[in-house]
Design a protein around this ligand. Structure first.
Ligand code: B12
Length: 217
């Protein structure tokens, strides 16, 4: 079994104390940090997501695996930096009100930071008014990134956009949205400026929104 598969299994089975050594092992095997992140740390969460959907596992297993993933992410985080010192712009990231899912939002924030954006992460379960306040405190932010994982909380994205409109701040920023139940059609319906399916395309989208051309676009 490769060290990368070993890491993936350690996260899936929630072996908290073995994660750091397994990340080191996968890196020592020559795997790129981005592969360690995506294959070793994120893929097992997706595997568990399917098992959870099928009723094969329950919330505690998900929680332990997500803690494992966070430990691993902290280990690879310093290796993901692009080394680009010039800031590409400031992004405020939040998971919307009522939603406790922050793994995807954290990954988007991590890769945005690694790509050279300054990220203000205001957490999960963030009320629309708190997003407005964050923008008032960070008047130079060009983008707000909103995440939602529940079909019930995705409408809080719309509430957030409306709160920004009411505060007269909507035109000052670009808004990008994402999360499993969100799609381009929904993004268009609620008046967001962009939607991306994963953290890598979120970085491309953010660059596009601030007018930087990417190799992939
Ligand atoms: C892990 C998990 C949890 C963990 C969350 C831990 C944490 N700290 O985040 C815990 C155990 C807490 C949890 C709780 C619950 N969960 Co849950 N959970 C999941 C699970 C398995 C994985 C989510 C995840 O982290 N995926 C991995 C990340 C990397 O993927 P991602 O979040 O989609 O993010 C990527 C993209 O979407 C995108 N993206 C994400 N955000 C953004 C933002 C921007 C701006 C952009 C551009 C892109 C972007 O990029 C990310 C990286 O590539 C999903 C199943 C699934 N397949 O999604 C269920 C799921 C979301 N949960 C579900 C449910 C029902 C719940 C609970 C209600 C369960 C309960 N009975 O208590 C609670 C709700 C709590 C709450 N109020 O929020 C359902 C939702 C169903 C629905 N129709 O809404 C799902 C779909 C499971 C299922 N199939 O039933 N959950």
């Amino acid at each position: 079994m490769s060290k990368l598969s070993e890491l993936s299994a350690i996260v899936e089975y929630g072996k908290l104390r073995e994660v750091e050594a397994a990340v080191e092992g996968a890196l020592a095997e020559g795997n790129a940090p981005i592969d360690v992140l995506n294959i070793g740390l994120v893929d097992p969460i997706n595997v568990l997501g399917e098992k959870f959907r099928l009723g094969e596992i329950f919330v505690p297993e998900l929680l332990i695996a997500s803690r494992c993933m966070k430990i691993g992410v902290e280990k690879v985080r310093p290796l993901l930096s692009s080394g680009d010192v010039k800031s590409l712009g400031k992004v405020i990231c939040a998971t919307v009100a009522g939603d406790m899912h922050d793994i995807g939002k954290n990954l988007v924030a991590l890769l945005l930071g690694s790509a050279g954006f300054e990220v203000i992460d205001i957490g999960m379960d963030v009320e629309p008014e708190s997003v407005v306040e964050a923008l008032q405190e960070n008047t130079d932010a060009q983008i707000i990134g909103l995440s939602a994982l529940l079909t019930t909380t995705m409408y809080a994205m719309k509430d957030t956009i409306e709160a920004l409109e009411e505060a007269g701040l909507r035109d000052r920023v670009k808004i990008m949205v994402g999360g499993a139940p969100v799609n381009q059609k929904f993004a268009d319906q609620i008046g967001a400026d962009g939607y991306a399916t994963n953290a890598t395309s979120a970085v491309d989208l953010a660059k596009k929104l601030v007018g930087i051309s990417t190799s992939r676009s």
